[in-house]
Design a binder for this molecule. Structure first.
Ligand code: ADP
Ligand code: MG
Length: 350
């Protein structure tokens, strides 16, 4: 188990990480996600021992590793830019950590290459600088695993790859995590990546941990407005404005107060979050609540269609994700309601 106990990091006046506490079980694949500058890399570097916390401590399996140098921690790190030795062969690049561990290299390079989906007979004797970006990342991953760490730290490792390759390697990382039974701490600013591969997600914003949970919890129950918006694909309504100014209307027999109270955080709730895929669009108000407007655009989104509606009063944009059949009944300029049910809303504080 990896435990971060109230760790902070100051760089002069700037607090890069502010009182972050986290517990990660052995074998978990967790993601630190947050916008650029939120402190993700700083947390990772403190776990690796490249940075010393200004306060707090880091425990691995009950041992305080805070005073230990990186070499003396059971961690290994993979960076966005690959620090392979360009003029050495793939084999030489990977042998280095195996020998540093005092292990027998025979057969181990081959095994590691297979684990990262590279055919040893094709790749082992190539120079690192002959490899494509994706292949270099696979070798860097093999080298990090060669240290046989308990915890693999990955700092935006797919950041420089094209989209298709990112998806492929993301999938492989997730498989590898299961196969090796190694803890992975993965850093990304891409929520999509985090949602797809993680057992649990830790959301950082402005140096602080703002929410921890499973992908499903984070996606469906964002704790504040920032997370809801960061997750994307959500309509965000200020509750006071929405309920009192008439921006949103309720169906005659729906109880709007319940909308807010249902979530149990009514005293602090400032915004109502309605995910695009929980909303729909129709000429009549059939669900509990809705916003009146005009169909502006239909955007194809694979299996579904994203309908953009411009608010009657507010001229704001609202979105609902509907299936093709529903979308076909709608035309630009139609008067409609973007609408949703009470059960499909989440009330969040500022
Ligand atoms: P992220 O990885 O989430 O993009 P970082 O952890 O790299 O964020 O940085 C968090 C904050 O700390 C940023 O404001 C960054 O400029 C600052 N920072 C990071 N490393 C240093 C450093 N070595 N010296 C001074 N400031 C730093
Ligand atoms: Mg970073």
């Amino acid at each position: 188990m990896l435990t971060l106990q109230s760790i902070s990091k100051d760089f002069g006046e700037l607090t890069a990480v502010d009182d972050v506490s986290v517990e990660i079980e052995s074998g978990e694949l967790v993601t630190l996600v947050g916008p650029s500058g939120s402190g993700k890399s700083t947390v990772l570097n403190m776990i690796a021992g490249h940075l010393e916390p200004s306060a707090g401590s880091i425990m691995i399996n009950g041992t305080d590793v805070t005073p230990l140098s990186p070499q003396n921690r059971p961690t290994s790190m993979v960076f966005q830019s690959w620090a392979l030795f360009p003029h050495m062969t793939v084999r030489e690049n990977i042998e280095f950590p195996i020998e540093a561990n005092g292990e027998d290299v025979d057969g181990r390079v081959e095994e590691l290459l297979r684990q990262v989906q590279l055919d040893p007979s094709e790749y082992a004797e190539k120079n690192a600088d002959e490899l494509s970006g994706g292949e270099q990342q696979r070798v860097a991953l093999a080298r990090a695993i060669a240290y046989d760490p308990e915890i693999l730290l990955l700092d935006e490792p797919l950041g420089s790859l094209d989209y298709v390759l990112q998806q492929e390697l993301r999938r492989e990382l997730s498989d590898l995590n299961e196969e090796l039974d190694m803890t992975f701490v993965y850093v990304t600013h891409s929520l999509e990546s985090a949602l797809i591969i993680s057992d649990r997600i830790f959301v950082l914003d402005q140096s602080r941990l703002v929410q921890a949970g499973t992908p499903r919890e984070i996606y469906q129950e964002p704790k504040n407005r920032f997370i809801a918006e960061f997750m994307g694909d959500a309509n965000v309504f200020p509750i006071d404005a929405t309920l009192q100014s008439g921006e949103a209307v309720q169906r005659a027999d729906a109880d709007v107060d319940d909308l807010v109270i249902a979530d149990g955080r009514e005293e602090e709730a400032s915004y109502l979050i309605v995910r695009y895929d929980r909303a729909t669009v129709a000429p009549d108000l059939e669900r509990d609540m809705g916003v009146e407007g005009t169909v502006f655009k239909k955007l194809m989104k694979g299996n579904t269609v994203l309908v953009e509606v411009v608010g009657e009063e507010t001229e704001e944009q609202y979105f609902a994700e509907v299936d093709y059949a529903e979308a076909e009944r709608l035309d630009r300029g139609d008067s409609v309601y973007v609408q949703w049910n009470e059960a499909d809303t989440v009330a969040v504080p500022e």
